[in-house]
Design a binder for this molecule. Sequence first.
Ligand code: 5GP
Ligand code: MN
Length: 562
Amino acid sequence: METKIIYFTMNGRPEQAEFPLDCPAQDVKGPFFPDLFRSAAEAGPHDILKLYNPKGNIINISPNLEPNSPQSRYKLEVVAADCNSAELAGALGFDLSSMEKRLQDLEKKILIEAGETPAVVYEMKKQVDSFREKLESVEHLSWLGLFKDLSEGTHKPSPFYHKRTLRKTREECEHVQEKFLQMSSLEVSEEVRQYLKTPNFDNWQWEDAEIMVLLQVMYTDLDFIATFTIESDILQRFLFEVYRRYNNIPFHNFKHCFCVTQMTVCSRTSTASIVLPCFLEQMYGLIWLTDLRRKMDGIDLLIMLTSAVCHDLDHTGYNNAYQINARTELALRYNDISPLENHHCAVAFEILEKTESNIFRNLPMDQYKRIREGIIKCILATDMTRHNEILNKFKSILPAFDFANKDHKDVLMMILIKVSDISNEARPMEVAEPWLDCLLQEFFNQSDVEKLEGLPVTPFMDRDKVTKPSSQTGFIRFVLLPLFMELANLFPCLEQHIIDPVRKALDYYTEMEKALEREKQNRAQSENAAKSKETAVGMQSSADSHSDAGPEPSTPGNTFKD
Ligand code: 5GP
Ligand code: MN
């Protein structure tokens, strides 16, 4: 009998299945599943199997499967169990629906008797709600059948999504793209163009389609369109793809990409574009002040701008420590070496590989190679675990810094993208502070998941340990200022323009930290006072009823004395 062999992996384990060429469909995928794949996957009767081809596309498990080789294995996955979640959860020893029902009944009863939900019931409800939310939002627990995948139905799932990621929906993308294209032909006023070059720029006032137009303005105003023959429809397609591949997560989203780019750009303003003297007082962008445009090639600027645009592409909201500890596919793929940054960069070149979104497509090969090398260097430099390494390198070349030396320029470019990446605190407080809220939201989400999964909790992300000011004072003192000050050694004028606002932010958060500390102490004092009062009352009544007996050693009396 003629047979065919299908090679595939299950949980990274190589497997192979052999079956006759005229195998009936029922034997491979049928309601009674005496099938090979199901047993290879050790899947239960209600589980759903998904088979991916090497390109990552889902393919049908049928007798018509293309035979393959061990080098081009399919990948088999068991996904969310197609079962009654209540049944499964019940089998595991808890039943969320019945817990909620019992809680509701209890609340109803109490409401009838007491007329108000007591705090303890309210607290229980909150806990059950947050438990449900966790079960519904953690893809890892999808086998419980409660996971709600909010990602776009038709979008090809990236094999890297370990967690639910708020990927943009197709409708959202289409809507924004339409708006962007409508607006992209409109002339952006000179006033806005100038404002865009200042670090005062308030990103919160602009919606995503407008931000795409502003990015287009940056490429235009830096003369990249003419110098590197970038067609406008290609640039628009590139910007749209970039927008599409930033996820809807609190911090590492499209607006963050814009801010980092804008900070890079405000450093790139040529003196020629400063038409009004009054801007001289307002603008304090890095490279405008340092006049870097005269010191570096256009191609270096193009590398920096494009690196900034792409530097956090497809961030899922969980940092490298998480990726490594949770052994995500990203960490496995990149052997724990800057998994995120490698991924951001790979996604950037995925976009640039497509002719219709390759803004470098008209460049000669040697220039493309130089740009690719530069972008890879810049994006990989944003891994904060390399912070000291890069900063020390910069410090070592500073005394004899030479703009004609390629190695020196490379390090400077890495420093500049790093500065832009963490430059929120150099912006006006009303722009910077909401960014901190977003960052902490993303941090806390990660540490919650770490706790839920029993992974090491990243201390600076732990909601039980971190406050807004404590997060900022440490970061500004030990990371921001030392970095910014080294750059100011090369460009002394930066002292006033980006270091001063950061120092102000440090004062602001130091004050906030002190105020929180005072508040905490006051609260502790009043709690102690209340406790003492209770104890005093307790002692009094105890003394009343046992007037002859002294207090036992472990009675509240001791606490009172303490
Ligand atoms: P990114 O992840 O954006 O590429 O790299 C920057 C990292 O630096 C962030 O993930 C975050 O950990 C840290 N960071 C950036 N800005 C701030 C800030 O204002 N405060 C604190 N505490 N950390 C920041
Ligand atoms: Mn970033």
